[in-house]
Design a protein around this ligand. Structure first.
Ligand code: IFM
Length: 435
């Protein structure tokens, strides 16, 4: 199936995972600095202090993107660079970095797509309650305005939040990501306040004339382990797939949040402010059974009949296709962008200097085919961004998983394009109309 004219091929990254330079140009601490420096939180004590040193090596990284021939680069803006304490005037030196990056991208013919929040909350805001507090939503809108004031003349595509479900669940409910809270179902205000922040940010961006705004949600098709476990799968579906999409696209919460005291009557209209696209991040399906104990109605069961990635995640391109179909039938969708899709494998540089990551090529090929099938069936998908350009800091797993099209030697910061880099470059080139 042919792709729509203007279909965008891209790669995605996030600030804390690649930038490093955590103390430079007035940047303040984020929740991930605090979390990763707390013993026992991140595997082998890894942290983002240096990461891929992208803060200094961005020209080299843009050259790598040019070599791929991508149309769009999805990156995130570190809130603690722009507002080191999470409030007040912008730190000009922090914004200068993104200014240079955006100009560099445009000079290379690559459209910048900016994510405003990819999990690095300024620590002072967390000290005041973080996303559990309503005020953080207003602070986020203020931050969004400050960034747009500087960049909206050159950045067309804006993503408010990345995977708010992960922030709520891993960060506030289960405590395996920053800020490490274990509030279980009491973490739900962190869902509402992120959504409110999203809606307020849409208004702030519109006020700066931005015309292409969305949010990037994480989706995982829910499989019942047996017919009797269907209610467990439905509950997971509500929690993982509907909680951050129904309010935005349907203007109502799924059952879970009915009558919650932290929701004000006027909030839903803000949250449901029309967006221009929906970002879809897909990695794997999840199998569920009825929980035998604990506050949640479901338990995750391993999926064992499929090959897995280095993270142990089952590789199921058909689940991606079924997700795209489900989204299309469930909602009156705006255009979709696949804002993340990719895999980690324990990639190594061979004696011949080549990183042979054939399993990644197979993964990407199968998932891109699934996407094209969905497009053929009429799902309006306008772009596909691979996660990720570079190997990077994979949160609580540190630098162990390697998700990049480009291998990074963290001792020397040497970048080595993997076999998948050449494959993706050729795929992009072959899907462009001849000049
Ligand atoms: O690395 C993450 C990214 O930050 C958010 N989406 C999933 C990726 C892989 O786990």
């Amino acid at each position: 199936m042919g792709l729509a004219e203007g279909f965008r091929w891209g790669v995605a990254t996030a600030a804390y995972q690649i930038e490093g330079a955590v103390d430079e140009d007035g940047r303040g601490p984020s929740t991930w600095d605090t979390f990763s420096h707390t013993p026992g939180r991140v595997r082998d004590g890894h942290n983002g202090d240096v990461a891929c040193d992208h803060y200094h090596r961005w020209p080299e990284d843009i050259a790598l993107m040019s070599g791929l021939g991508i149309d769009t680069y999805r990156f995130s803006i570190a809130w603690p660079r722009v507002q080191p304490s999470g409030i007040g005037r912008a730190n000009a030196r922090g914004l200068d970095f993104y200014d240079r990056l955006v100009d560099g991208l445009l000079a290379a013919g690559i459209a910048p797509a900016a994510t405003l929040y990819h999990w690095d909350l300024p620590q002072p805001l967390e000290d005041a309650g973080g996303w559990m507090e309503r005020d953080t939503a207003y602070r986020f809108a203020e931050f969004s305005y400050l960034v747009a004031e500087r960049l909206s003349d050159r950045v067309e595509m804006w993503i408010t939040l990345n995977e708010p479900v992960v922030v709520m669940a891993y960060g506030y409910a289960f405590g395996v990501y920053a800020p490490g809270k274990t509030l279980m179902l009491d973490a739900l205000p962190a869902a509402h306040h992120q959504l409110l922040g999203h809606g307020l940010a849409v208004h702030a961006l519109r006020g700066r004339g931005v015309r292409s705004i969305g949010l990037a949600n994480h989706y995982s098709p829910a499989w019942a382990a047996s017919p009797g476990d269907q209610p467990a799968a439905d509950a997971f579906d509500t929690f993982m797939n509907r909680l951050f999409t129904d309010p935005v696209l349907l203007g109502r919460y799924p059952g879970l949040m009915a009558d919650a005291p932290f929701i004000r009557a006027e909030d839903m209209a803000v949250i449901a402010t029309p967006i221009d696209f929906l970002g879809v991040n897909y990695y794997q399906p999840t199998r569920l059974k009825t929980a035998s104990e604990g506050p949640l109605p479901f338990e995750i069961v391993d999926i064992t009949e499929y090959p897995t990635t280095g993270m142990g995640w089952p590789i199921v391109p058909d689940a991606f296709l079924s997700l795209l179909r489900t989204l299309d039938t469930r909602y009156d969708l705006p255009p979709l962008y696949i804002t993340e899709n990719g895999c980690s494998f324990p990639d190594e540089i061979g004696p011949d200097g080549v990183v042979d990551d054939s399993p990644r090529i197979k993964f990407l090929d199968a998932h891109i085919r699934a996407m094209r099938t969905a497009i053929g069936e009429g799902v309006d998908i306008r772009g596909y961004f691979t996660w990720s350009l570079l190997d990077n800091f994979e949160w609580s797993e540190g630098y162990h998983p390697r998700f990049g099209l480009v291998h990074v030697d963290y001792e020397t910061q040497k970048r080595t394009p993997k076999k998948s880099y050449g494959w993706y470059r050729d795929l992009i080139a072959s899907s462009k109309p001849p000049l």
